[in-house]
Design a binder for this molecule. Structure first.
Ligand SMILES: [Zn+2]
Length: 283
């Protein structure tokens, strides 16, 4: 599932190729993508609009349009955005929507499992907050996400810290991969109750989240599954995983065998020596 670095990689590519261009036409192939909106309305509202820029907040990609409106996309499990300089010879498998740009280039949204979604965002701060409010918290790469803000969010929480940093209202953009990697870097067991971390540990975790996301962006994301960038290329982060998907392999720091279990309902990897489980931690 694409997380912040994967969406950011696609954002940068689309910003290079498609920002400043106009959408000549939009085609919604799968109405579920824009549900509960009417696909024909959606297509009409996008046709002829200029894309000012591509932004990202958490795992959402937003094409900011002229007149202040926007097109928001979430790739969820298997969504992909493919950019091609010209119309492809045939429609990509699992295509759910197509944007044709005024320079002949094409952006195709493909998604075999069909969990991805698209929304038309209204102009105006208040209108957008009403349509969008509460969906996502502070972006993990924004200056507003600090050690202090994370500490406040974790204070008094008895839930496992892994589940808390996966909560998009606490910090937006972190998913299963980067949560495991950051917790390893910070030497925190994923099951530790959020409120049990010391101030120093929270600051370490904050730094580790930033560090792993930055690394992910630098290598174009992780492609062990379906994830591909807007050119159909693979990222390199899967080759740099420290613990994620490495059960049974030696810890890169201490050579202890990496374990896997379920934390916050997600398959989770950790080193039992570098990330010791605390006495009395709930399971
Ligand atoms: Zn270790």
């Amino acid at each position: 599932m694409p997380e912040l670095p994967e969406v950011e990689t696609i954002r940068r590519q689309l910003q290079d190729h498609a920002a400043g261009r106009a959408i000549r036409s939009a085609t919604v192939i799968d109405p579920l993508l824009v549900d509960p909106e009417d696909p024909a309305d959606f297509e009409r509202r996008l046709a002829g609009r200029h894309v000012r820029e591509f932004r990202r907040t958490g795992k959402y990609l937003i094409a900011e349009l002229d007149q202040g409106e926007g097109l928001a996309l979430h790739l969820r499990m298997t969504g992909q955005l493919l950019w091609t300089a010209a119309e492809p010879d045939q429609v990509a498998p699992y295509a759910r929507a197509v944007l044709r740009m005024d320079d002949g280039s094409v952006i195709t949204f493909t998604d075999p499992r069909r969990f991805g979604r698209a929304w038309f965002l209204p102009a105006g701060r208040a209108e957008r907050a009403r349509a969008w409010g509460g969906r996502t918290g502070v972006d993990a790469m924004s200056p507003a996400f600090t050690g202090r803000s994370l500490e406040q969010a974790l204070q008094g929480r008895t839930a496992a810290v892994k589940g808390l940093i996966l909560d998009q209202r606490i910090v937006a953009g972190v998913g299963n991969i980067y949560a495991d990697e950051a917790l390893f870097r910070a030497r925190v067991h994923p099951r530790t109750p959020g409120g049990a971390l010391s101030g120093a540990e929270v600051r370490q975790l904050h730094r580790a989240i930033r560090d792993r996301l930055r690394m992910g962006i630098a290598v174009g994301g992780a492609s062990f599954d379906r994830y591909r960038d807007a050119h159909g290329g693979r990222g390199g982060m899967q080759d740099l995983f420290l613990v994620h998907r490495r059960r049974g392999e030696p810890c890169p720091r201490c050579r202890t065998t990496i374990e896997k279990g379920v934390v916050a309902q997600r398959g989770t990897y950790w080193c039992p020596r570098c990330q010791p489980e605390r006495e009395g931690d709930p399971c």
